[in-house]
Design a protein around this ligand. Structure first.
Ligand code: HEM
Length: 508
């Protein structure tokens, strides 16, 4: 009897799969007939084999749409899981998609099966018009708006760590940048969101050998966050997203256990918020609007983790370029700009924000190697996407998003005054044009429109503080990459495992 039931179940599953594949095929034909090219993708596995190879080279999946398509084009299609995803690859489409967010488009992201498991009720996954979305987003922006407090926290941790790691001209010390930045981002985000006691908090979680181990709370949170992201990026989990949640591997079960431990710990931390912390401010604000506690908790978890790997990756790519011998002049210009501010300014937080060269270098690093292509939206209804004279008929359920990486690298997306090739790292393209470029829809490392990143100011300030303090103490240093890491895999983004070492000078 069981064999019969199993056969029937298998047959139903097979019919469903065939139906889903056929539906995706029809949808793909529908878009191809409208002149939208598709990257090489197969039934069920889509373009994931190609993406998998990119990950192994430390490149993000967006590279697939730069290498294999004759740009410029408005949209490029691919199959993702059992759905079609269209990437906006022209400036005009990007502008339209941003303006249509909340009207015809809304958030739908596979990240709920990944790091989203740490905070599934966070605004990052909530629909635009529901679940107090606007109030909660404003609450987050207000609560993280104290740049003076953030400056003091970030500069205290940067100074302490750089002293502890002996980062100083003359020490000859060799520093693992990864380790240094893990400490910096974890301490600063933990202290900023939850208060200074977080640094001493620990939890008992399963380590990679499946043994219970006490770890600092921020280490456990960051490691679980990163492991959830990498686990969901495995080939089979990218093909069918919910698979990452199924307890079918030892790794999946371990991650589920650790996720529970961390969420329980955060429930405790919320009961006694530290004075002036982001956690205290968000809890007070959200309570006024009647936001349920589970949503507030998940917004706070998201705000803590959102400032870890993104900021680490931004600092790594900024330093990688800034300390490169070809870019010496930029390092010297930044040093000249920041030294008087760090030496005697009362308002270093706001003055650093106005450093033209420092900003240009960070913006260019964010353009050159944007940490993540995190925008994930889908069409909530059938609608006509009109671009110039052309009308694209978009079907409800299609994932449709601007492709940040393509926009950052494609000349026709940029205004004519930008004559510097986009495959070259050159911060001067931002000098005198920073407001215009940063406000545009062809440059968006933090996204744009109603779903834009609420942590942009926090992220930029943490990067500025670390880079400025590092340079001021240790300008005469050079970097090397590990022997087994070839130059063509040295990219720094959220899916990369690339790293480098910093060698302090032996002489003052
Ligand atoms: C260098 C650092 C950072 C980068 C590059 C970055 C980038 C991004 C990007 C690209 C998005 C998607 C935007 C879109 O869909 O249009 C996003 C969303 C988000 N970010 Fe950030 N982020 C950074 C730091 C932070 C920090 C420090 C916080 C918290 C304080 C934060 C909180 C969020 C939240 C809550 C969302 C979801 C917004 C929504 O769904 O409406 N981010 N971020």
């Amino acid at each position: 009897m069981w064999t019969n039931a199993f056969t029937v179940l298998l047959a139903i599953l097979l019919v469903y799969l065939l139906y889903a594949v056929f539906r995706v095929y029809l949808l793909r034909r529908f878009y191809e007939k409208q002149g939208i090219p598709f990257v090489k993708s197969y039934a069920i596995i889509g373009a994931e084999l190609q993406v998998f190879k990119l990950y192994q080279k430390n490149k993000s999946h967006d590279h697939a749409y730069i290498q294999n398509i004759q740009l410029p084009t408005d949209l490029v299609g691919t199959i993702r899981g059992l759905t079609v995803q269209l990437y906006g690859t022209s400036r005009e489409v990007s502008e339209k998609l941003i303006h249509q967010t909340g009207v015809y488009l809304d958030r739908d992201t596979p990240a709920v099966f990944s790091f989203g498991r740490l905070g599934p009720d966070a605004i990052a996954f909530a629909p635009y018009s529901e679940y107090f979305f606007k109030q909660r987003k404003m609450a987050l922006i207000r609560a993280t708006g104290d740049s003076k407090r953030l400056f003091h926290i970030a500069s205290r941790h940067a100074q302490d760590l750089l002293t502890q790691f002996r980062v100083e001209n003359g020490t000859g010390q060799i520093i693992d940048v990864f380790e240094l930045l893990n400490h910096f981002t974890r301490r600063t985000s933990g202290d900023f969101v939850w208060g200074k006691n977080t640094v001493n908090r620990s939890v008992e979680v399963l380590n990679s050998n499946d043994k219970m181990e006490y770890m600092s709370f921020m280490d456990a949170l960051n490691e679980t966050f990163t492991e959830l992201r990498f686990y969901s990026n495995k080939l089979w989990n990218r093909i069918y997203f919910p698979l990452s949640v199924w307890p079918i591997t030892r790794e999946a079960r371990r991650l589920t256990f650790n996720t529970k431990v961390i969420r329980n710990e955060i429930d405790q931390m919320m009961k006694y918020p530290e004075k002036n912390s982001v956690s205290e401010a968000v809890q007070i604000d959200n309570a006024k609007y009647g936001v349920p506690l589970n949503m507030t908790r998940d917004d706070l978890i998201t705000s803590t983790i959102a400032g870890l790997d993104t900021i680490k990756s931004t600092i790594m790519s900024t330093m990688w370029h800034l300390l490169h011998e070809d870019n010496m002049k930029w390092g010297e210009m930044v040093l000249a700009e920041i030294t008087p501010i760090l030496e005697n300014s009362e308002n270093a937080n706001t003055e650093l924000a106005h450093c033209k060269v420092l900003n240009a270098v960070i913006y260019e690093a964010l353009r050159f190697e944007t940490p993540g292509s995190l925008i994930n939206n889908y069409a909530t209804k059938d609608y006509d996407l009109i671009v110039r004279e052309k009308t694209y008929k978009i079907k409800a359920g299609t994932r449709i998003v601007p492709n940040i990486h393509v926009l950052h690298y494609t000349e026709p997306c940029w205004p004519e005054y930008n004559t510097i090739p986009l495959d070259v790292f050159d911060p001067s393209r931002f000098i005198g044009h920073d407001k215009e470029i940063v406000g545009s829809c062809y440059y968006m490392p933090f996204g744009k429109g109603p779903r834009r990143c609420p942590g942009q100011a926090v992220g930029m300030l943490m990067v500025r503080v670390f880079v400025a303090i590092f340079l001021a103490r240790n300008f005469k240093c050079h970097i090397t990459i590990p022997q087994d890491q070839a130059n063509d895999v040295t990219y720094f983004n959220l899916s990369s495992r690339a790293t480098f070492s910093i060698h302090c000078n032996t002489e003052n």
